[in-house]
Design a protein around this ligand. Structure first.
Ligand code: C2E
Ligand code: CA
Ligand code: CA
Length: 459
């Protein structure tokens, strides 16, 4: 029988599921360790990837047993390190303080190995974990030390191939930068600090502009912030969904304003859509509504979807792309060659255009004709009846080569950097005389092909 005192102690310090110490225990014991020990102390934050969906799939009972088993494995890994502790901090997050003379990476490698497969009632469960490690450097406060382990954990979490990360100061600086972006983003959207720039796409057949890609810039006072800095942050906190919609609307507005100018053919404008949108099947309805609001047909707008969407698990990418096509949009697969779309997938997706990633354009070896990766990509695209755009074209030799091998459109600094709306309009009028309709005709032909396929589907 437990005494009242024991009961109270357990309630305050012991986690019911794993029988390990809880968050309070971790803090109290952690501060004591920091006082008593002075070197080779490591704080570890560890959790299971997608534990929520794991719980859904196998039920909470199995979920709890897994947590218990993980607790046992972690404890057994530190049993020779007498001063060390392991606790369950919250949900599937475990905290450890390891005091050891051993190489910490070896210790963590062994933990990762032991946690790969968890055995419960003769069944084996595969779990993936992420770990952050912080080595105490004279710290006196365990909360601050745990924060640093959590920062490192966050880095491991965002990385498919890496199970653990060791804290460094750069990580903290990035966190602060990210935090600053996060506290300013909503106001920035309200204040219209996000602007659309346009980068022309040139037809290899006519040498005229046939399209342009809309690219976002954050203009903060006089500073222009590149999307490479804020987009990854917005993808993590899902603000990208709002920003993408906002940019899409601005583009529709611009297209409408261009349509009102007589005798101007409008190049096909493409808009980038982050993969975060793919988690909500309904997102495309909102895009249809916006296009309608500006009296545009969906066929007049191209949507660029990064090939990396193929890496999202648990949702049917093909179904989503079909949905976007059903709405009528022209679809291009962006950064082609950097993801994992199989030939099979390419064939089953109703896409119109492949945008060959810049890395393949950079690697073009002019002397080695017909043996570059781009050759094969263009060959396959042609076989599948898809148009091709080469991204990041910078040099004349690349232009020549890409024309020779039959790439349809070129985009890159060789022609123009992304331009402000006014500069883009000017560029379209002067640099290439007229915005030409030929390339859009090509796309329209392709579109008709899809329409025919669609009507054939319905019969
Ligand atoms: P991306 O979609 O691959 O866009 C092409 C990037 O290559 C653009 O960078 C463009 O400025 C750059 N680029 C074009 N030609 C050349 C060239 O000849 N040389 C070099 N070195 N670079 C060239 P940017 O504008 O900085 O955009 C970076 C990425 O941010 C984009 O890559 C896209 O993934 C993302 N992004 C930009 N705007 C949006 C947006 O509105 N929504 C979403 N979801 N993502 C966006
Ligand atoms: Ca793009
Ligand atoms: Ca790209």
């Amino acid at each position: 029988m437990q005494s009242e005192k024991e009961k109270l102690y357990n309630l305050a310090y012991i986690d019911k599921i794993t029988k390990l110490g809880n968050y309070n225990y971790f803090l109290e014991k952690g501060n004591l360790i920091l006082k008593e020990e002075n070197q080779n102390i490591y704080v570890i934050a560890l959790d299971i990837d997608k534990f929520k969906s794991f719980n859904k799939k196998y039920g909470h009972d199995i979920g709890s047993k897994i947590l218990y088993q993980i607790g046992k494995i972690l404890s057994s890994n530190i049993k020779t390190e007498k001063k060390s502790i392991v606790c369950r901090l919250a949900n599937d997050m475990f905290g450890m303080i390891i005091v050891t003379d051993k190489n910490i990476q070896n210790v963590v490698d062994k933990i990762c190995k032991d946690l790969k497969k968890i055995q419960i009632n003769k069944s084996e469960y595969r779990v993936y974990i992420s770990i952050g490690i912080y080595k105490i450097q004279g710290d006196k406060d365990i909360i601050q030390a745990l924060d640093k382990a959590l920062i490192a954990h966050n880095y491991a979490k965002g990385n498919y191939n890496i199970q653990y990360k060791i804290f460094n100061n750069q990580m903290e600086e990035n966190m602060i930068r990210e935090h600053n972006i996060e506290i300013q983003m909503e106001k920035a959207l309200e204040n219209e600090e996000f602007k659309v720039y346009y980068q022309p796409k040139i037809s290899t057949k006519t040498n005229r502009m046939v399209g342009a890609e809309a690219l976002v810039r954050w203009i903060k006072e006089d500073e222009i912030i590149s999307p490479n800095i804020f987009i990854p942050v917005f993808e993590k906190n899902h603000f990208i969904i709002e920003l993408d919609k906002y940019i899409f609307e601005k583009v529709c507005q611009d297209i409408q304003s261009w349509k009102q100018v007589k005798n101007e053919k409008i190049p096909m404008i493409s808009v980038n859509i982050s993969k975060e949108n793919f988690y909500n099947e309904e997102f495309i309805k909102e895009y249809e509504k916006i296009a309608k609001k500006y009296n545009l047909k969906t066929e007049e707008i191209e949507i660029e979807i990064t090939e990396n969407v193929t890496m999202i698990e648990n949702i049917s990418i093909i179904k989503m792309i079909k949905r976007i096509k059903e709405a009528g949009f022209v679809i291009s697969i962006d950064d082609f060659g950097t993801g994992y779309s199989s030939l099979n997938m390419l064939q089953s997706m109703p896409i119109d255009i492949i945008k060959i990633d810049k890395t393949f354009i950079d690697k073009i070896d002019i002397k080695n004709k017909n043996n570059n990766m781009v050759d094969y990509i263009i060959y396959i695209a042609k076989k599948l009846g898809l148009k091709t755009v080469a991204e990041g074209v910078e040099a004349e030799e690349q232009v020549k080569y890409l024309k020779e091998i039959g790439c349809d459109m070129l985009q890159g600094y060789y022609y123009s950097k992304p331009l402000k709306k006014k500069e883009f309009e000017h560029w379209g009028r002067t640099k290439l005389n007229k915005i030409c309709s030929k390339g859009t005709d090509l796309i329209n032909k392709k579109l008709n092909k899809h329409k025919n396929l669609k009507s054939a589907d319905n019969t």
